[in-house]
Design a protein around this ligand. Structure first.
Ligand code: C5P
Length: 312
């Protein structure tokens, strides 16, 4: 079974408060990208789970420790499904990474989401989508949103997920953009620890962003981007402010840090515009940043949707 596990960006992210369990309540609008890890899963006899990562297509990242096979999120997803269902089958999971790690693009979470969905079918464990979402939430805050697929609003810790637009509107916001990874990773927990509420309230952005998604208006979306963590990220990593401001100066419809960073994205009017932004950024920023042209995938190509298997 071959699956695409897409990257995500947060077009909107507002922190609502700190919770007793150490997490933060948030409201975020998240959209998957055409940039995706490619996952191949084979069923194995016995209960063993073997995960193999191919990392040669992504940039080497400073400041991120890759989990070993056993505590890797994809392996943990498979084990969790075994525990919850009593399934005695095993699996070999091959992950060809295309999404840089530690960059706020949700790669590890998306791999886990795809593995949950894929194995639920391969092992015939028959869990409902709601049960999968619940398991996903235990693995990580972004997993439910990626499991759900398409442009979604996630609330709570990230576990309460709903579509951001009506089904008939979803295909409208397939937008071009650029994703930039600076070559270093950022610890999400560290950013949340440093977080101080920004002066700007995000609510107005939230409402206009949802209208932009529903109508497919990328210009409006570009003006509606909001990330309450961004100032905290810039305070520690001033280089990222240069990248975001550079993209804006060069004519991006909007540019922002994704999630807790370290990746930055820009929205563009079309493919040619995205390509121009990529060239201008390369001329402007001296450091050698990894970047990719991407399209947003608002109508959900993800594992949770039929057809489950996606050609990549
Ligand atoms: O859930 P996940 O493992 O992705 O979260 C990583 C870290 O980010 C958590 O340990 C927590 O410190 C922080 N976090 C948070 N509130 C959220 C999501 C993440 O404080 N809603």
């Amino acid at each position: 079974m071959r699956l695409a596990a897409p990257a995500k960006i947060n077009l909107f992210l507002e922190i609502l408060g700190k919770r007793d369990d150490g997490y933060h309540d948030l409201r975020t609008v998240l959209v998957p990208l055409s940039l995706a890890d490619e996952i191949t899963i084979e069923r194995r006899e016995g209960e063993g789970i073997e995960t193999v990562m191919q990392m040669d297509e992504i940039p080497a990242v400073v400041g991120v420790e890759m989990a070993g096979t056993e505590d890797n999120l994809a392996t943990r997803a498979a084990r969790l499904l075994q525990e919850e269902t009593g399934c005695r089958a095993g699996a070999r999971i091959l992950i060809r990474k295309r999404i840089p790690v530690g960059g706020g693009l949700g790669g590890g979470s998306s791999d886990a989401a795809a593995v949950l969905c894929g194995l639920n079918r391969l092992w015939e464990t028959g869990l409902s989508r709601d049960r999968l979402l619940e398991l996903g939430a235990r693995l990580g805050s972004d997993v439910p949103a990626l499991l759900y697929g398409g442009a979604v609003v996630a609330e709570g810790r990230g576990e309460r997920v709903r579509p951001a637009v009506r089904p008939e509107e979803a295909a409208r916001s397939r937008w071009w953009g650029l994703v930039v990874h600076p070559g270093f990773g950022i610890s999400t927990a560290d950013i949340y620890r440093r977080y101080r509420p920004p002066l700007t309230n995000g609510s107005a952005f939230y409402h206009t962003l949802l209208i932009a998604l529903a109508t497919g208006d990328v210009h409006r979306a570009g003006r509606s981007l909001f990330n309450g963590l961004e100032e905290t990220v810039f305070a520690k990593y001033p280089f990222l402010r240069l990248v975001v401001e550079g993209l804006r100066d060069e004519g991006a419809l909007g540019a922002m840090v994704s999630g807790s960073g370290s990746s930055v994205f820009a929205l563009a009017a079309d493919e040619a515009h995205a390509r121009r932004l990529q060239q201008r950024l390369a001329e402007r920023v001296e450091a050698d940043c990894w970047s990719r042209l991407v399209q947003t995938m608002p109508d959900g190509v993800m594992a949770a949707h039929d057809p489950l298997e996606v050609r990549v």
